[in-house]
Design a protein around this ligand. Structure first.
Ligand code: PEP
Ligand code: MN
Length: 338
């Protein structure tokens, strides 16, 4: 990708002239307004495209390439932290964002109970899957549209914005109609048709790291969303597969500070899927905040032992409540609030 960096004092008119030139070449511009100057990423630039074409235009400071394979997601392209807005909630700012709720939407009463509990303890976003990508075709697959309707009604009653998973490209318009944020799950991190569809919708996206995906692969998947026009992307470290069998996955805590270096996108941690064990959720949540995570997504169920999915890693409301003061103290220690 070629990047046209405008001078600090470039006028709107000069920026538009560059945008017109990009479009005249049949290419797509993507704008970054970080640190007071405008940069224009030129998507799909072929090797024949000559930098001089843009370098000669008034208001242009320089035309550069970016050395990393991810471009729009990189800190080089956009040095300033991106803030992601989920209704009234901001992710990536000083306040650590707590997302919580059941693994799956099971019933209206169950979803409402979880929502009320997590809201009372300071959660800002309700999670809950209506479409569940399960390892076994015989496991509960989610309530589908009925689950989306439940989420919408619970949002209506509690005021909590909703994040929920979308598992297929053709479901993006439907899920985007109900949800405030679309979740792309670990198993779908490299479903490129799904990334393209989510990139073209106008809802923020929570992109989870694949079970066996490298950090660069995660960033390349984010790049698909950004290149397709959606800049409201939050990354989620949710544990990766290792030789260890005591835990469901291994939380890659390295990913948090590393991603914060490599990208301007907010980074959150899912301690529930990262451990698979509810007893480990509080400690790994504290570690995530200490490492610089912008948020957490935690599974909470009013009766975890009878949850239809992921009960072993789900916290009961009182366990969720009990870990909050510790999270606040860690947030305070790293100059954040919660
Ligand atoms: C989930 O959030 O319930 C889920 C299925 O997560 P992941 O995609 O990280 O496994
Ligand atoms: Mn789950």
């Amino acid at each position: 990708m070629m990047v046209v960096v405008m001078q600090q004092e470039a006028s709107l008119h000069e920026v538009s002239a560059v945008l017109r030139m990009v479009e005249a070449e049949g290419l797509t511009p993507r704008i970054s307004n970080s640190s007071g100057r405008t940069s224009i990423g030129v998507i799909n630039a072929t090797p024949e495209l000559r930098p001089e074409l843009f370098a000669a235009l008034p208001g242009v400071e320089e035309v550069t390439g970016l050395k990393r394979p991810f471009k729009l997601a990189s800190r080089e392209f956009c040095p300033q932290d991106t803030l992601v807005h989920v209704r009234h909630v901001v992710i990536g700012a000083e306040r650590v964002c707590l997302m919580a709720g059941p693994c799956s939407v099971e019933t209206e009463e169950q979803t409402q109970a979880a929502a009320e509990a997590v809201l009372a303890d300071g959660a800002q976003i309700l999670r809950g899957g209506a479409y569940k990508p399960r390892s076994s075709p015989y496991s509960f697959q989610g309530l589908a549209v009925k689950g989306l309707e439940i989420l919408a009604r619970v949002r209506e009653r509690t005021g909590l914005p909703v994040v929920t998973e979308v598992i297929a490209p053709e479901l993006v318009p439907l899920v985007a109609d109900y949800a405030d944020m679309l979740q792309i799950g670990a198993r779908n991190m490299q479903n490129f048709a799904l990334l393209e569809a989510a990139g073209q919708c106008n809802k923020p996206v929570l992109l989870k790291r694949g079970l066996m995906a490298s950090i660069e692969e995660l960033l390349m998947s984010a790049e698909y969303l950004l290149a397709n026009g959606n800049s409201q992307v939050v990354l989620c470290e949710r544990g990766i597969r290792t030789f260890e069998t005591y835990t469901r996955n291994t939380l890659d805590i390295n990913a948090v500070p590393l991603l914060k270096q490599l990208t301007h996108l907010p980074v959150i941690v899912d301690p529930s899927h990262a451990t698979g064990k509810r007893d480990l959720v509080a400690a790994t949540s504290r570690a995530a905040i200490a490492a610089g995570a912008d948020g957490l997504i935690v599974e909470v169920h009013h009766d975890p032992d009878h949850a239809w999915s992921d009960g072993a890693q789900s916290l009961a409301p009182q366990q969720f409540q009990a870990m909050i003061p510790g999270l606040r103290r860690i947030a305070d220690a790293v100059d954040r609030s919660l």
